[in-house]
Design a protein around this ligand. Structure first.
Ligand SMILES: NC(=O)c1ccc[n+]([C@@H]2O[C@H](COP(=O)([O-])OP(=O)(O)OC[C@H]3O[C@@H](n4cnc5c(N)ncnc54)[C@H](O)[C@@H]3O)[C@@H](O)[C@H]2O)c1
Length: 440
């Protein structure tokens, strides 16, 4: 199959290289010239484990290339994926579909022969209809089938997720596309990954329903954590106790500073807006959004409380800036709100992140950046773990105590046990666990 991938960001690049690895001929397009030039030089513009090698292998094998020119690649393709961004629209929170529609217009001008146009971007119900209308309006002769194929990969484990998905959802209203999409995903299908064919609108909604459900699950356990703190219970044991129930499942039950990232915040908001437009508000999701928004600043207040309530003039070290480990993605990271809250209360912040500091500098410009965890901690009145990178899981507390001004640790990811931290003389605060360390 000859495939064009429009948009070479986290999803487009990973999907494109994985399709090439399956044996398809793939051209990744992006309008960002610097991104494409970097890829042509063999440099990967994002951090994603395993991606650099996979790109190099497939470029060498002649199955993968990069361009800014949509024209030739679309004309020669059997399948064109749209994997451009769908951020929150400024002002009202609806998904901003301008990139998707612009891509549809460009594709329409260049398609040649029967072509399957696939929306991989996360888009609200009905977007496929509009993409189809735009293509027919732009080029009435175009022979296309417009398909929805939402992506479920997770940053940090994107290649593994793409190659071993729980399911592949394909929404179509034109049966000619069914055989083409089956061929595109054949290697995964042979690996037993279920292909779920639905109508296009259903497929579009499945993606939002999945993300909203996961966001709700995280928010649920975060609220349980708050209750645990009040009643002297341990949220990690609550998670385990309910997660072992097969009807509930153990994933997405880790209490923390609130969900962030490039998907959950914007997708929950977009779903709530869509539902309001159709006069069926999804109150559970609206509530989830508001609880999560409040939580991020509440985590800043938790740090302030752990430091005695007045942090004016105090120095705080923040470890982990990205919204989760193993990515350089800073979009809607809880660290942004936590740091802002600390600064608003008069503290100065030094931050460190293994991969996210270049992106962090674009969104948080008034903190000091350190070269490692110890550099951040030097002279600090408190150390706050916001993102659970592996390298923060075995900190040298004796060393930290010797370089910090006061030994205070706030662990917003529960990666330590009370006893292992307090035995080094640290005051330790975590999420939803007894302050006195009364753990089994
Ligand atoms: N990041 C994730 O983990 C993830 C997971 C599942 C689904 N998604 C969805 O996938 C979509 C893409 O997300 P992302 O994180 O890859 O975004 P991204 O911002 O990393 O990448 C989007 C890319 O599209 C390019 N682009 C925009 N318009 C273009 C055009 N007309 N022609 C060529 N290139 C164009 C941009 O320059 C950018 O490089 C979104 O809808 C998102 O919700 C993301």
């Amino acid at each position: 199959m000859r495939i064009t991938m429009i948009g070479s960001g986290y999803v487009g690049l990973v999907s494109g290289v994985c399709f090439a690895d399956f044996g398809h001929d793939v051209i990744c397009v992006d309008k960002d010239v610097s991104k494409i030039e970097a890829l042509q030089r063999g440099e990967i513009p994002i951090f994603e484990p395993g991606l650099e090698q996979l790109v190099a292998d497939n470029v060498r094998a002649g199955r993968l290339s990069f361009t800014t020119e949509v024209e030739a690649s679309v004309a020669a393709s059997d399948v064109v994926f749209i994997a451009v961004g769908t951020p929150s629209r400024r002002g009202d929170g609806h998904a901003d579909l301008s990139y998707v529609y612009a891509a549809a217009r460009e594709i329409a001008q260049h398609v040649d022969g029967f072509t399957v146009i696939v929306t991989k971007s996360t888009v609200p119900v009905g977007t496929g209809d509009e993409v189809e209308r735009i293509i027919r309006e732009t080029n009435p002769q175009a022979d296309v089938a417009v398909v929805s194929n939402p992506e479920f990969l997770r940053e940090g484990a994107a290649i593994e997720d793409f190659k071993r998905p729980d399911r592949i959802v394909i929404g179509l209203n034109d049966d000619r596309a069914r055989g083409v999409m089956t061929e595109v995903y054949r290697p995964l299908y042979l690996n037993q990954a279920p292909l779920l064919f639905t109508a296009r609108r259903t497929s579009e909604l499945i993606k939002y329903a999945a993300n909203a459900f996961l966001a709700m699950k995280i928010t649920f356990i975060n609220e349980m954590a708050d209750l645990c703190e009040k009643v002297g219970a341990n949220v990690q044991e609550v998670s385990r106790g309910i997660g072992l129930d097969g009807r509930i499942g153990s994933k997405f039950l880790h209490a923390g500073p609130g969900y962030g990232g490039s998907c959950f915040p914007k997708d929950t908001l977009a779903l709530a807006k869509t539902a309001q437009d159709f006069d069926t508000p999804v109150r559970l999701i609206e509530t989830t959004i508001s609880i999560n928004d409040n939580r991020k600043r509440a985590m800043g207040r938790k740090v302030i409380a752990a430091m005695g309530g007045d942090i004016r003039g105090k120095a705080i070290a923040v470890l982990g800036l990205t919204f989760k480990p193993n990515t350089d993605d800073m979009r809607d990271s809880p660290a942004i709100s936590v740091i802002q809250t600390l600064q608003d209360a008069g503290a100065t912040v030094t931050g460190y992140d293994p991969e996210g500091m270049d992106n962090a500098r674009l969104v948080i410009d008034n903190i000091t950046y350190a070269d490692d965890a110890y550099g951040a901690a030097r002279g600090a009145d408190a150390l706050v773990i916001v993102t659970e990178w592996n390298q923060f899981r075995a900190l040298d507390f004796a060393r930290l105590k010797s370089i910090m001004k006061s030994p205070v640790l706030v662990d917003l990811r529960n990666i330590y046990r009370h006893e292992e931290v307090t035995k080094h003389g640290f005051a330790y605060t975590s999420i939803g666990r007894p302050m006195n360390g009364a753990e089994l």
